[in-house]
Design a protein around this ligand. Structure first.
Ligand code: HEC
Length: 185
């Protein structure tokens, strides 16, 4: 019995020590792993497993409500809180869902149902792909639709994206007001 107790105590001590030396979550700004030499952008496949949630916009529209959920590559929020900016290689993904609704015990509720498209932005501080019309103003810009999720369909970020992001120009084109995790804790 005493021996067993000793082993238990020892094991927990070893485990506690292990906890301490375990590496902290890495800041993996690996956006450029998704980009080929010409600047073509692939959709990140591990968003639901490894990305962090920044926040959600709900669009109420008589023609069909939408839920917009934005995710970022690991470490994005921590870095943003420290530096006030998105690190080179940061990936942002906005997943656009339809919405269902019902009266629930909390009230008149909407929730995400059925992915429609993914918008992707990759932070590029260095102006790497100046010949590619999907890169500029500090980002790579891309769009994927759920009926062909691996096919990038945007052609020119100035026509397809930028106009709508002008109100967010002062915050590096990102609508940060909807992302509480970017603000100080
Ligand atoms: C119709 C206007 C509109 C167009 C076109 C548009 N966006 Fe956005 N985008 C917004 C708005 C507004 C938000 C934040 C609020 C929301 O999602 O409803 C947003 C949010 C995003 C986000 C989440 C980060 C953020 O800025 O809040 C990404 C990523 C994004 N857009 C990428 C793109 C890309 C890439 C394109 C072009 C392929 C594009 N958008 C085209 C209006 C637009």
């Amino acid at each position: 019995m005493i021996l067993r107790l000793c082993i238990l105590v020892l094991t927990s001590l070893v485990l506690a020590g292990y906890e301490e030396v375990k590496p902290q979550p890495q800041n993996n700004y690996r956006g450029f792993d998704l980009v080929d030499k010409a600047g073509n952008i692939r959709r990140p496949a591990d968003v639901r497993d490894h990305y962090q949630s920044l926040g959600t916009y709900v669009v109420l529209d008589p023609k069909g409500d939408q839920v917009h959920a934005t995710y970022a590559s690991p470490g994005t929020a921590e870095n943003y809180r420290k530096t006030g900016k998105f690190a080179d290689g940061t990936v942002l993904v906005k997943e656009v869902f339809g919405a269902d609704h019902a009266q629930m015990t909390t009230g008149d509720v909407r929730w995400a149902s059925g992915t429609k498209v993914w918008f992707v932005m990759i932070k590029d501080e260095k102006g790497r792909y100046s010949d590619n019309p999907l890169w500029g103003d500090g980002w790579g810009w891309a769009l994927f639709k759920s009926d062909a999720p691996d096919k990038q369909v945007a052609t020119d970020y100035k026509k397809d994206c930028l106009g709508c992001h002008i109100p967010a120009r002062g915050t590096d084109w990102v609508y940060v007001q909807g992302y509480p995790v970017l603000a100080a804790k």
